[in-house]
Design a protein around this ligand. Structure first.
Ligand SMILES: Nc1ncnc2c1ncn2[C@@H]1O[C@H](COP(=O)(O)OP(=O)(O)OP(=O)(O)O)[C@@H](O)[C@H]1O
Ligand SMILES: [Mg+2]
Length: 512
């Protein structure tokens, strides 16, 4: 905006034009004046004005008609009309015709200046809002899923292909990556979209209840069973059954689930006969199920049944500038929820969001932006509005940088650093690391062993603090220290896994 705004004055009274030009210019506006309404329309096509001020009584096209035309052709330009003394009817007519404000003669220049400032501000806001609307264009999303990164396009492609089939789908990914959204998206695109989408979190229900939840029970099957119940498999008939956190399914229930899937029939608790069902199964987990199978915590036969098509959902840190797209989207929607006018992110915020590693993924981002929108005093989110740990994140240098241009590093050492870095990035998930590196798991294990990684069996893989502050370390520019952390973090992680077993080579999207 130029000063307080770029203003077009339409008035056939030349002396009035002169006066306005002089006085408004003093107050920081830049002014162009024209005598006829027709001139305004022409000029608006060539020049960008924030506000048009028009006398309502003009020769030729009336001020009122001008309001209508501008409202129609250039709704982004605000119009302020000047009406004669006491003609309230005309003023109301002007507002109806699309004017933003009116001012009655005689008026003080300050009153007009104030009205113009308001109008210019209003216009700036409207522009920002429509810019934000453009941010969430159709091309930036796939249904409810926002993102245009290659990593997400791969997911969209898999969703599209798998939606056409009835195959069982296993959705994997870190917590908060959008696994449930992916599951719903598959349902919404499948031929079952008009049927129910029934979801249950296997980790949230006690084992004995879970069995009857899933398979139903007959009347009197247990103390509280005053009535029979059909269970979720049957309730999902014609639709999709989503079993979230399938990795937490108790071992005792696993053979029952396997049997149901094989026979396409369920046996209600306490019942003797079986019921058929017609539901498509989608499961999700943030655990490394292959390792769970190797360690005997998850049945291999069930794993193969549910993992017909694998849809891995990438962590947010692997989605490039999607993080900004999502942040804009969340800023906009929380701003509306809180009746605020937050319209964007400062460039510094963008940098921080890109540098941070997002262990909690999209959910963490949504929470951070919600908090920032609630706290901020400005219309643009500032670094101060971000939580401390995001504010203090610095872009971590890539694993192979040495900080010493004279250091000539053997290729093997580069490989070692890179492998450890990848392992760190996938938070110790060796299946995922092998996948990312294009190695089979045996090879990865062998290499890790040669680096002295992977013998500590004491820690629980899922809880190792792998993110051992790597982002912060990047800031200290202390290469040996960083490496030390990378080396021992995966070691702790290496934890419970030993058996090389099945190689984790690419299987995503490959129906078996
Ligand atoms: N690509 C995306 N676009 C828009 N919103 C997203 C996207 N991914 C995730 N979200 C939002 O982030 C939140 C977390 O997503 P969701 O619950 O699907 O994650 P999840 O992987 O199932 O997490 P968890 O493992 O913790 O259950 C939801 O509010 C979801 O709407
Ligand atoms: Mg979930």
């Amino acid at each position: 905006m130029n000063g307080h705004g770029h203003i077009l004055v339409i008035d056939d009274d030349a002396s009035q034009c002169e006066l306005l030009e002089l006085e408004l210019h003093k107050r920081g506006f830049s002014i162009v004046t024209r005598p006829r309404a027709e001139d305004a329309l022409e000029l608006l096509e060539m020049e960008d004005f924030d506000v048009v001020v028009a006398d309502i009584q003009l020769q030729g096209m009336s001020g009122l008609d001008l309001c209508r035309r501008i409202a129609h052709d250039r709704p982004d330009v605000a119009v302020v009309v000047i009406t004669g003394f006491g003609s309230m009817e005309t003023a109301i007519g002007a507002i109806r015709a699309g004017a933003y404000d009116f001012i009655t003669k005689p008026f003080g220049i300050d009153a007009l200046a104030l009205a113009l400032e308001r109008a210019a501000k209003h216009r700036a806001l409207r522009r920002e809002v429509s810019r934000l609307r453009r941010v969430a264009r159709e091309s930036d999303r796939f249904g409810e899923l926002l993102g245009t990164s290659p990593a997400m396009r791969k997911v969209y492609d898999l969703i599209e292909r798998v939606s056409e089939t009835d195959a069982s789908v296993l959705v994997t990914g870190e917590s908060g990556t959008g696994k449930e959204l992916v599951a719903r998206s598959i349902h919404d695109r499948s031929r079952r979209k008009h049927g129910p989408f029934v979801a249950i979190n296997c980790a949230a229900v006690a084992e004995n209840l879970l069995e009857s939840e899933l398979f139903g029970h007959v009347k009197g099957a247990f103390t509280d069973a005053r009535q029979g119940r059909s269970g979720l498999f049957v309730e999902a008939n014609g639709g999709t059954l989503f079993l979230d956190e399938i990795g937490e399914l108790p071992l005792g229930l696993q053979p029952k689930l396997l049997r149901a899937l094989q026979e396409r029939k369920v046996r209600p608790v306490g019942g003797t006969s079986e019921l058929g069902f017609d539901a498509r199964l989608i499961t999700a987990t943030n655990k490394d199920l292959e390792s769970a199978v190797e360690e005997g915590r998850f049945r291999g036969d069930l794993f193969y049944r549910i993992d017909v098509v694998h849809v891995p959902v990438p962590p947010l840190r692997a989605r490039g500038t999607d993080v900004l797209l999502l942040a804009q989207h969340f800023a906009q929607s929380f701003s509306a929820n809180f009746a605020k006018t937050v319209s964007g992110l400062s460039p510094a915020v963008g940098e921080k969001l890109l540098a941070y590693s997002w262990p909690g993924n999209v959910r963490e981002l949504a929470n951070a932006i919600e908090r920032a929108v609630a706290l901020t005093r400005s219309e643009t989110l500032m670094v101060e509005d971000l939580p401390e740990k995001i504010r203090s994140s610095e872009k971590a240098p890539i694993a192979v940088s040495t900080f010493d241009p004279m250091e000539l590093v053997p290729l093997e050492e580069i490989e070692r650093r890179y492998i450890l870095r990848v392992l760190e990035t996938v938070r110790g998930n060796r299946t995922a690391a092998a996948h990312a590196l294009g190695l089979d798991r045996k090879t990865l294990y062998r290499k890790l062993k040669s680096y002295g990684v992977g013998d500590d069996r004491s820690a629980d893989a899922a809880h190792a603090p792998l993110h051992a502050e790597p982002a912060r370390e990047g800031a200290t520019r202390d290469a040996p220290a960083r490496e030390g952390a990378a080396r021992d973090a995966p070691a702790r992680e290496g934890a419970a896994r030993d058996a090389p077993a099945r190689d984790g080579s690419s299987r995503e999207g490959m129906p078996r």
